[in-house]
Design a protein around this ligand. Structure first.
Ligand code: B1M
Length: 204
């Protein structure tokens, strides 16, 4: 069933994904397995084929929509699998110029599952909005996602603006092109994936 889910993402079968994910949940496969061994596996394959020029943006978008349809079905279980103690408030968004939101949504869901209150600002968020919302909502953490080497530099603007405006919220960053060294160089806390993002936020 997990292979069928991965294949459905690879082949953009948005109708089939609902059937397969529902069947997997009914048969007792956990939301985490469906995510890691099915949905993410399928999306990784698309990423590889996109890099090698076998598929193009429309196909990637169809695969992304298929993955999102699958994620909608496991969301409740994924969130419920964490604990429900309220630990703090987080805003999360994808930085200015960047429209990728699947990883960011996943991190947000995992934070919710771990007991944080999460406010998702969306995609293409300018530094000023991150900081304004951090102040308005009095958040503990500001989560930023970037998937492009050209947009990850936006994160520094947010970190610098938080500092100059004396906003005490802790900056968290992640996304495929980032490294721990880059995060350290801009004064932010880095995690590689959604699971380690939860470990990180708890440790902070
Ligand atoms: Co785009 N794209 N894309 N894309 N896309 C990448 C990122 C790319 C690596 C593909 C490639 O060339 N191999 C490449 C970036 C190259 C680079 O800069 N280094 C790329 C490109 C070039 C582009 C365009 C420029 C293409 C074009 O138009 N010519 C364009 C840019 C648009 C824009 O943003 N302005 C573009 C567009 C798109 C789509 C719209 C078609 C679509 C996005 C749809 C959507 O998100 N709603 C898309 C997709 C789907 C991808 C790939 C294939 C998959 C990304 C994804 O969702 N992965 C991607 C290739 C790849 O990564 N394999 C690619 C699944 C997701 C679960 O993982 O997002 O990595 P990920 O999130 C992880 C971690 O990174 C981490 O945890 C998550 C969960 O474990 N993480 C955090 C993320 N945020 C975090 C925050 C944290 C902590 C951890 O703390 C706050």
């Amino acid at each position: 069933m997990l292979n069928k889910i991965a294949d459905a993402v690879k082949n953009y079968e948005i109708d089939a994904i609902e059937t397969y994910v529902s069947a997997a949940l009914t048969s007792g496969i956990s939301a985490k397995e469906i995510l890691d061994e099915g949905l993410v596996k399928g999306m990784d394959d698309i990423g590889r084929r996109f890099s090698s020029g076998e598929v193009f943006v429309p196909e990637v978008l169809m695969a992304a929509n298929t993955m999102q349809a699958g994620m909608d079905l496991i969301r409740e279980e994924l969130v419920a699998s964490g604990d429900d103690q309220s630990r703090g408030r987080v805003i999360i968004g994808t930085v200015k110029g960047d429209l990728h939101d699947i990883g960011k949504k996943l991190v947000g869901m995992m934070f919710e599952g771990a007991g944080y209150e999460v406010i998702d600002l969306g995609v293409d968020i300018p530094a000023e909005i991150f900081v304004e919302e951090a102040k308005n909502l009095d958040v503990d953490f500001v989560g930023m996602s970037a998937m492009l080497t050209t947009t990850m530099t936006e994160m520094k603007q947010v970190v610098d603006l938080l500092k100059t405006q004396n906003v005490r919220a802790v900056p968290l960053v992640g996304g495929a092109p980032l490294t721990a060294e880059f995060a350290a160089s801009i004064g932010a806390n880095y995690s590689h994936d959604a699971a380690s993002a939860v470990d990180l936020i708890k440790s902070l």
